[in-house]
Design a protein around this ligand. Sequence first.
Ligand code: P61
Length: 457
Amino acid sequence: MNGPPEPFKIKMIEHVNMPDQKKRSQVIREAGYNTFLLKSEDVYIDLLTDSGTSAMSDYQWSGLLLGDEAYAGSRNFYNLERAVQDILNYRWIVPTHQGRGAEHLMYSYLVKPGQIVPRNMYFTTSRLHVELPGGKMVDAIINEAHDPENLHPFKGNLDLKKLQGYIDEYGIDKIAFVNVEMNVNMAGGQPVSMENLRKLREFCDEYKLKIIIDATRSSENAFFIRDREKGYEDIPIVDILREMMSYSDGCIYSAKKDCLVNIGGFLATNNEDIYEHCRNMVVIYEGLHTYGGMAGRDMEAVARGLRESTSYAYLKYRINQVHYLGDLLIKAGVPIVRPIGGHAVFLNALKFLPHLTREQWPAQTLAATIYEDSAVRSMERGAVSKGRDKETGENIFPLLELVRLTIPRRVYTNTHMEYTAESIIRLYEKREAIPGLKMVYEPKYLRFFQSRFEKIK
Ligand code: P61
């Protein structure tokens, strides 16, 4: 057997289409070779993202019927507040419509013009919400994270020497706070160790620096701590999560991932000033502080999903499925980021398509080609996502030029994983014949969502 069997059974299914080769070639061309611009109905297996794409449980669905849609003081808000207090160990919570709503409130309060925010590795929306109030996000992850083949078990760790370097270079007053993402998305879904968090807290205490966690994939990070870190083998996931968060001053959370819901988010903190400010600002941008842009029923689903996400049996099955796909590709020699991460398998496009130049957008090309081959949708995570240098306007070409095959939670079977692997292996065998792309349209913000490309003849 390929790992633990599913700790659930399937109660309802959704039909999907398999467009033929002619249709696939036509629609990907019409989408400007950008998988974000494809219609969902033209996709057979959707590995674009694990965000908002999970299958909810019957416990969550039944919670929807218990939505208290009062404008103020909904019962479901208090259920969510209790879940966050129980599991994440924070006293105060401010709900938001999704993760970036929480980033906006938290980061616009904490960042002053000219300040920098060291973070293990950038995420697109996080960086933008640091830049909009005049800040700059800088990379503070260990060097191993930039090497797709390095097998460090906690490639999400922060490098305290890099942090010290930023303090020496910019001065302590210029550091807004330290930002730590759990199971670092852009690094390949790589976890942060408890030891690293503990040492980071000691370091930041010396300088009176705040630590804000991006806890979006913290349950999956907690799983890796239990699996890989000495002393945590038998500790319940909830206790691991509570300890992780205890080293921080607050968190932002996109509930669309680990909380197994289609929409929602929040920020949470033990810092009264942060809470006061964000509770006030949420009414301008999101909605009243007891719903923050979510319906009562959405908050109930988040509260229940957050509790479900701490089941060890569920997390083991979940991460095992991601590893199942990754292992099929490794066995066939396909270059992927290792160790395999928590939410996705990342293809190393620079090694997959070494005949393309960086300006021919290897990861964008590979994502489009996979769709054309098999109607499997993936996502570029390389230079198109990274964007341009704010000062020089030049394209930045990061070391990691990746295609993300992101596995929605509880949605696909291992046969879907096999179908996906077969397509990628087939393409790898004829990789020299794959032509690159040129960019023909580029929007100003978060260009990867809407940019358009043409095939180079
Ligand atoms: C994703 F292509 N992630 O991975 P929101 N922090 C972190 C995230 O992963 C995250 C957010 C904050 C998405 C959706 C997405 O460039 C992209 O609830 C670690 O999406 O607002 C979201 O949370 C923001 C895809 C976002 C992208 C931006 O697929």
